[in-house]
Design a protein around this ligand. Structure first.
Ligand SMILES: [Zn+2]
Length: 104
């Protein structure tokens, strides 16, 4: 079986970031925690491999300690204090801070 020649014509990073965006859609749309967690782990894996980062545009964030999807009201809490948003993981208690002075 001939080995397929890899061309550079495929923008790997672009494809990876599209995959990450798709995964965020999965995170956003389904209500199953297992599926959300799998999607969260995939996003982190793709990010590590290809260096893609997606802004957290939809309110769902990923806990960097337990690699799970932090869904407000389910396993995380969201607090807003002086223009800073604080996401607290309900499992490990890690706080993720986002705000105007932080790079998301
Ligand atoms: Zn956590």
């Amino acid at each position: 079986m001939p080995r397929r020649y890899r061309r550079k014509s495929h923008p790997r990073k672009k494809l990876a970031s599209e995959a990450v965006i798709d995964m965020y859609d999965v995170l956003n749309e389904n209500r199953n925690q297992d599926i959300s967690d799998s999607a969260a782990k995939l996003i982190l894996r793709i990010g590590k491999k290809h260096g893609t980062r997606v802004r957290n545009y939809n309110g769902i964030t990923i806990c960097r300690s337990c690699n799970i999807a932090m869904i407000p009201g389910r396993n995380s809490t969201v607090r807003i204090r002086s223009k800073v948003v604080k996401y607290t993981c309900g499992i490990c208690g890690r706080v993720k801070t986002m705000g105007p002075s932080f790079a998301v």
